[in-house]
Design a protein around this ligand. Sequence first.
Ligand SMILES: C[S@@+](CC[C@H](N)C(=O)[O-])C[C@H]1O[C@@H](n2cnc3c(N)ncnc32)[C@H](O)[C@@H]1O
Length: 257
Amino acid sequence: MKDNEQVKDAYTAYGEIWSDIYDEFAEAMNMPVENARAVSFLAPFAKDGTALELGVGNGHIALPLSETGALVHGLDNSESMLSALRAKSGGDSVRTHLGDMAEFDLGTKYDLVYCINNTFSLLVTVDQQISCFRSVVNSLKEHGRFVVHLHYPYTAEFSDVGLGRQTTTVRHIDERRLMVRFSKHDRNNQLFISQDLWIAPKATRTMPIKLRYVYPSELDLLAKFSGLELVERYGDWERRPFDNGCWQHRSVFRKIA
Ligand SMILES: C[S@@+](CC[C@H](N)C(=O)[O-])C[C@H]1O[C@@H](n2cnc3c(N)ncnc32)[C@H](O)[C@@H]1O
C-alpha cells in the first residue's frame, strides 16, 4: 500500500498497511526470539494434529509450527499478509483463509486454536470478542485447546492531568530506524487508540491501531460465557507462573465438559 493511500476503515486494515514492512518491524522489536519460544510452547498442543492461528499475519509462528508436524491453518483479514506468507519458503505448508476472526467457520475441527502477540485485542468490542470465542468453541475438537497471549492492560501511564489520557512512547531506536507510539485512552470503552510512527530507510509509515484491552478476569468470564474454561496461565512462554509481576499472560482454555 502506498503511503498516501486512504484506507476505508484504517483500524481494521492492520495487515494491509503493515504487511510489506512487518518482517523488518518484528526483527526490530526482537520478536523472533519470543516467537520461537511460542512455537515450542504451542507444538505439544498440536502434536501431529491440526492447528489454527487467528490473525496469522505472514506466518512468523505458523510456518515453524508446521515444521513440527502439525497441519497448520491460518486465518487473517488481510490478503496482503496472507500472500506474503504464501510467498515465503515453505509457505504452501500453511493453509490460508481470508476472513474475520470475530466470526468464522472453516469447516475443520482443530486440536489447537491460538491467537498470540496481543492480536485478540484487535477485536475492539465485547461483542466481537465473544463472537470470536464462540467461533473457537465451534472449531475445537472435544479435547482441543485455545491459547491466547495478551498483554496485561497498563493504564497507569495515562494521567488525567494536563492534556490527560495520552502518552508518547519510544518503541524502538537504532542507528537506522525509529518507532514512536502516540496513544490515547478511552477508559469507558477499554480502548487504547494509537498511531505508530515508523521511520526507516525502506519506508516511513503511520499505523493506526485500536486495541480493546481485557483483564485476565474478564477474559475468563468471556470464555466461560462462551463455553470455555481456563486450564493454565503463564507469565512467559517458558511457563513462569503468572503473578503480580507479569505484564503478559498466555492463557490456555478448554471446552467446558
Ligand atoms: C499483530 S499482527 C500478528 C501476526 C502474527 N500472529 C504474528 O504474531 O506474527 C495481527 C494480525 O492480525 C490480523 N487481523 C487483524 N484483525 C483481524 C481480524 N478481525 N480478523 C482476522 N485477522 C485480523 C492482521 O492483518 C495481522 O496480520
